[in-house]
Ligand binder design. Structure first.
Ligand SMILES: [Zn+2]
Length: 123
């Protein structure tokens, strides 16, 4: 099994609705979104998927979220912008961009800090 990983940063503010602690206050993170795509086979170029495909799938969201207030940007005006929910959101977006292919997204990890991250992977 091959894996390729792309990491993209964005900086944004958020707060966690109904959270019983400091995270209920507006604060910011220098987020990093790490997408890993896996595949049993390589294409004619010897790749699982081009890094650029993953970057392009993330780019509109990086542009929209960077220096934004996540709680005001759909779907996070309705969904709590936790690292877990962000990871699932980016998973769905990249999976849609890759579409039918021998490659599949195996994990999306969202770092809120250097040492704290949450990941989503399908079963
Ligand atoms: Zn936070």
């Amino acid at each position: 099994m091959y894996e390729v990983t792309v990491e993209q940063p964005f900086s944004a503010a958020h707060y966690l609705k109904d959270y019983p602690g400091k995270c209920a206050n507006v604060h910011g993170h220098n987020y990093r979104v790490q997408v890993t795509v896996e595949g049993e086979d390589l294409d004619q170029l010897g790749m699982v998927v081009e890094f650029e495909v993953i970057k392009q799938a993330l780019k509109p969201w990086m542009d929209k979220f960077d220096h934004g207030f996540l709680n005001e940007i759909p779907p996070f005006d309705m969904v709590n912008p936790s690292a877990e929910n962000l990871a699932k959101f980016f998973y769905d977006e990249v999976a849609r961009a890759i579409g039918e292919s021998t490659a599949r997204v195996c994990c999306v990890r969202v770092f809120e800090t250097e040492k704290c991250s949450a990941a989503y992977r399908p079963k």
